[in-house]
Structures are given as structure tokens and as C-alpha cells.
Design a protein around this ligand. Structure first.
Ligand SMILES: NC(=O)c1ccc[n+]([C@@H]2O[C@H](COP(=O)([O-])OP(=O)(O)OC[C@H]3O[C@@H](n4cnc5c(N)ncnc54)[C@H](OP(=O)(O)O)[C@@H]3O)[C@@H](O)[C@H]2O)c1
Length: 266
């Protein structure tokens, strides 16, 4: 199997989970030299930036040469930035979309000929509960994950004909380095004064959700399940099943009202 963004967080946990389950793992990341993952005869590290086509091609070529076959790809690499739309820049928007959607598309495109030639496989895309609902201060991130959901669902139709299954894992909040990274990115910017009151209400609530969240082990497990189970379902919610079920069942206006209330986002 090959996984992107395995340097930390969910990607690192999933790489370990597959390795411990006896799989050969091609763990890709931007800076393999800084990884805590220890290479072994079943775990190799490769440099891959999912926003760079040449880097994707190079890593995939090397992983296929070393492992012979890649039957599962986990598109996990992701970027999440926190802030009102007017506080993020066009470069921020582009970075989020390039990583979360275009990166997944490009890695998938690069691996499909190999998967078809070797008789099929699975693509597991790590989405988010924010792929089916939204949160304030995450508009670009939500846009990227809604896009990823649409891409993956549409792709699943056509790839069935090629013997390749597509799966979506939808984690709720889990404690990784992501939120700290979002806060430090924000700390380096000048906040927009018009959003100060709103952000001061919402941010402590978001931080409290993150503090109460578990580590990402259950997400790693769900990614493994998505990669291996025979049941033909598309989506695997993790700590998000209840909220996404409510989202589906109640009118959108009611749901949005409930999110506002939970986050003090009036
Ligand atoms: N944590 C949560 O609560 C949560 C909830 C829902 C969904 N998710 C999704 O789960 C995935 C992993 O999240 P996480 O919490 O583990 O995040 P994280 O701790 O911030 O890790 C993100 C990973 O993506 C990598 N990455 C970012 N840009 C990249 C690029 N251009 N090329 C290659 N790798 C890149 C990072 O690599 P570097 O080390 O090089 O920066 C890192 O390995 C993401 O898709 C995220 O949207 C997370």
C-alpha cells in the first residue's frame, strides 16, 4: 500500500497500523528525513509533495520498483487553515485546494494505470466530516473536502468498470498536530478587526472540541477497514456518524442553527 502525508498525525498512525497488520507500506511525505517511522523490510519512506507532479511520479516509480505492486493508495495528505475568508489569502486558498483536491486527483491519476495492469485495487481518500457539513472559519477547507467527496463519489462509478474501488473516510475531530499548526499559522497573520468578536466567540469552542478529541488510532483503523472489507459501502465516518446522520435527516436550516449554537457563532 502507498500512503501520502505519512510524516505525522493520521497518516503516520495509518502507516503503522498497516505495517503492524503485516502489509508492505510505502510511506510518502515531504521530508522523510524528519519522520519518526522506522524503515524496515516492509516499510519504505519516499519523498512526495502531492502538489508537485514530478515528485509524485518519482515516488510512485520508486515504490513500485521496491514493492512490485501497489494495490491500495491512501490519499491522506491534507492542509487545513483556520480563519475568516477575508483573513486567508488567495495563496492560502490555492494551497488548500492544491493539496486536498488536486493532490488527490494527481496521485490517483498517476497510480491508475499500474492498478489496472495489476488487476485492480482500492483508493481510500481521507475526507472529513467537513466534507458533508460545514464549520465557521473553515470555508476553504470545507470547500476542498466537499470537492473531494464529489470527486470520489463520481470516480467510484467509472472505476468499478476497471476493478478499482473508491472509499471515503470521514473523520470527526481527532487530536493530531493539525490544530496547533492552524493556530501558529494564524498567529503569524494580522487578524481582520471586523471578525474579532466573532472569532473570539468561536475559537475557544473549536479549541475545546480539539482538546476533548481522542488520538487518531480509530481513523487509522477505519482506513484499514476501508482498504480491506468486502462490504461495498463508499463512506466510513469516524466519530462523525451521529452528526452526519442528523445532517442528512433534518432540514439544513435547523442543522445550521444547531452548529451556530454549539459554537456560539451567532
Ligand atoms: N485531525 C482531524 O481532526 C481531522 C479531521 C478530519 C479530517 N482530517 C483529515 O485527515 C488528514 C490528515 O490530517 P491530520 O490531522 O493528520 O493532519 P496533520 O497532522 O496536519 O498532517 C497532515 C499531513 O499532510 C501532509 N501534507 C501537507 N501538505 C502536503 C503536501 N503538499 N504534500 C505531501 N504531504 C503534505 C503533512 O506533511 P508535512 O509534515 O510535510 O507538513 C502531514 O503529513 C487530512 O486530509 C485532514 O484533512 C483530519
Amino acid at each position: 500500500m502507498l500512503i501520502t502525508g505519512a510524516s505525522r498525525g493520521i497518516g503516520e498512525a495509518a502507516a503503522r497500523y498497516f505495517h503492524d497488520a503485516g502489509w508492505c507500506v510505502a510511506a510518502t511525505m515531504r521530508a522523510p528525513g524528519e519522520s519518526q517511522l522506522a524503515p524496515s523490510n516492509r516499510l519504505n519512506l519516499y519523498e512526495m509533495d502531492v502538489t508537485c507532479a514530478a515528485s509524485i511520479e518519482k515516488a510512485i516509480r520508486a515504490a513500485i520498483a521496491d514493492h512490485g505492486r501497489i494495490d491500495v493508495v491512501v490519499n491522506n495528505a491534507g492542509l487545513c487553515l483556520l480563519g475568516a475568508h477575508e483573513e486567508l489569502t488567495e495563496a492560502d486558498d490555492r494551497a488548500i485546494i492544491s493539496t486536498n483536491i488536486l493532490g488527490t486527483m494527481q496521485v490517483t491519476r498517476a497510480l491508475l494505470p499500474h492498478m489496472r495492469a495489476t488487476g485492480g485495487g482500492r483508493i481510500v481518500n481521507v475526507s472529513s466530516m467537513c466534507g458533508s457539513m460545514t464549520l465557521p472559519l473553515y470555508s476553504a477547507y470545507c470547500a476542498s473536502k466537499w470537492g473531494l467527496e464529489g470527486f470520489s463519489e463520481a470516480l467510484s462509478f467509472e472505476l468499478r468498470s476497471q476493478g478499482i474501488k473508491v472509499k471515503l473516510v470521514q473523520p470527526g475531530v481527532h487530536r493530531t498536530g493539525s490544530f496547533a499548526g492552524q493556530l501558529s499559522h494564524r498567529a503569524n497573520r494580522t487578524p481582520h478587526p471586523s471578525y474579532a468578536a466573532f472569532t473570539n466567540q468561536v475559537l475557544p469552542r473549536l479549541a475545546a472540541f480539539e482538546r476533548a478529541a481522542p488520538p487518531p488510532d480509530a481513523v487509522a483503523q477505519a482506513i484499514y477497514k476501508a482498504a480491506t472489507e468486502r462490504w461495498p459501502r463508499l463512506r466510513y465516518p469516524v466519530r462523525s456518524r451521529a452528526v452526519l446522520t442528523v445532517r442528512r435527516l433534518i432540514p439544513s436550516a435547523l442543522f445550521i442553527r444547531a452548529v451556530r449554537r454549539a459554537l456560539s457563532a451567532w
